[in-house]
Unconditional design. Structure first.
Length: 435
């Protein structure tokens, strides 16, 4: 497939892509009040902190130039653009964890959440322009899917979601899963026939244990996201499985070459921060049941602010947490974050289109540099938010990332099924590879 390979190749664009706060303010379209959207501080304060960071570039660009470049997303996507993959991906997956609208002051905005992410509707079209057109070395760009069932999709209320977000998504024909005008629409997959022969389905849902509110649950007569219960007991796993199984059953696989993907927003932001068990046993139980009893071939999990473990269960890939990719978090550090690796990753996943079984995974380490996505190199200098300076090149950065991912894979997976990665280098930089 992809014109060059018998495998189905997926490119997973990280886990959490947070386009609010400083990312939104680095784009050209602004809503009244955007500067003052706040959590612990105002959005404009995050922007100033990000722009005050030193960059590995010799001449950091001014905000005016950044905004001009982001009319196509060229600044934001940075080293993602021009990333050559051999073979190129057949399909790309992308979790958008930000409300997309223009109105910030409707009466139903859930300010009680404490953190509300906003991206202007016009900016989504623009920042996705470069992403959408990237070919990764193919003659044409591959299709991409926006997973939108998460705890920030409706951060500025259902009215903005109904009147602005969903109409905009339809207008631009985005392949959106996990959200809709009714539960039937939110639970419906995006489906493709790739390479003229492989049927691929992508579903998405958000679990309450990620902070996705029950009030956002789509119903037969109400918009929202495909919501499932928090995974905190065997009974809640049963309820979540039943809801997902029922949705998947409405859209059967087709033919012998058919791959079913589930994108799920679940679990806490930080693995095992508050004890030896953070509900991972129940997430693992649900993942296994979806593979055993619902014909799922790939589980693309997200919510954690760092890469979590990867498991191969009965031949199928489970990504328990794909980690952050695009955000403004590089400019600050909270107490308690120190044990967690700060690198994000692109996931290049090869599966057998006949069986859905995993054949290979490659993680390409990435980081944010002054609101721009960068690929980790052996000589990369990354901003140290605690010391307020660029770190010198760290020759051990790749090995430390590998050790972190492998440790989380061991903790998150069932015995004997953890993916253990090795560090390698391709023509463009370091990677982690399994097997």
């Amino acid at each position: 497939m992809g014109g060059q390979s018998a495998m189905l190749r997926l490119l997973i664009t990280g886990g959490d892509n947070m386009f609010g706060r400083a990312i939104q303010l680095s784009c050209w379209a602004q809503s009244p009040g955007d500067d003052d959207v706040r959590d612990s501080q105002r959005a404009v304060d995050y922007l100033r902190a990000c722009l005050a960071c030193e960059s590995a570039d010799d001449a950091p660009l001014p905000l005016s130039r950044i905004r001009e470049m982001n009319r196509t997303g060229a600044y934001l996507w940075g080293d993602y653009l021009g990333l050559a993959l051999r073979p190129p991906p057949d399909l790309r997956l992308f979790n958008l964890e930000t409300a997309v609208c223009t109105t910030l002051d409707n009466d139903d905005v859930p300010y009680f959440k404490g953190i509300n992410y906003h991206l202007h509707s016009d900016n989504l079209r623009d920042v996705l322009s470069s992403y959408a057109s990237e070919t990764h070395g193919d003659a044409e760009p591959s299709p991409y899917v926006i997973s939108f069932a998460n705890n920030h999709a409706m951060d500025f209320g259902r009215k903005a979601f109904d009147d602005e977000t969903m109409p905009m998504m339809r207008k631009h024909s985005y392949n959106v899963v996990g959200a809709g005008e009714t539960i039937r629409e939110a639970a419906r997959p995006v489906e493709f026939v790739l390479g003229g022969e492989c049927h691929v389905q992508v579903f998405a849902m958000g679990a309450a244990c990620s902070g996705t509110s029950y009030e956002w649950a789509a119903r037969p007569d109400r918009s929202g996201v495909f919501w499932v219960p928090g995974l905190a007991s065997g009974a809640s796993v049963d309820r979540a499985f039943d809801a997902i199984h029922a949705a998947l059953g409405q859209h059967p696989k087709r033919g012998e070459r058919s791959v079913r993907i589930v994108s799920i927003h679940w679990g806490p932001n930080w693995a095992y921060r508050y004890g030896p068990d953070d509900g991972q046993a129940y997430r693992r139980q649900l993942a296994h049941r979806l593979i055993d009893g619902a014909g799922v071939d790939i589980i693309y999990g997200h919510s954690s602010h760092h890469v979590r473990g990867l498991e191969r269960y009965r031949g199928k890939l489970i990504v328990y947490g794909a980690g952050d990719l695009v955000n403004d978090y590089f400019c600050f550090e909270n107490l308690g974050d120190e044990p967690y690796n700060k690198l994000g990753a692109l996931y290049v996943v090869d599966v057998d289109p006949g069986s859905g079984d995993l054949r290979r995974v490659q993680l390409i380490p990435m980081f944010m540099d002054r609101l721009r996505l960068r690929r980790l190199q052996r000589g990369s200098r990354i901003w140290d938010a605690r010391r307020h300076r660029l770190r010198p090149p760290d020759p051990n950065a790749v090995d430390e990332f590998r050790e972190f991912v492998n440790r989380l894979s061991f903790l998150d997976s069932s015995p004997g099924n953890a993916l253990m990665f090795r560090a390698a280098d391709d023509a463009h930089g370091p990677t982690l590879v399994y097997p």
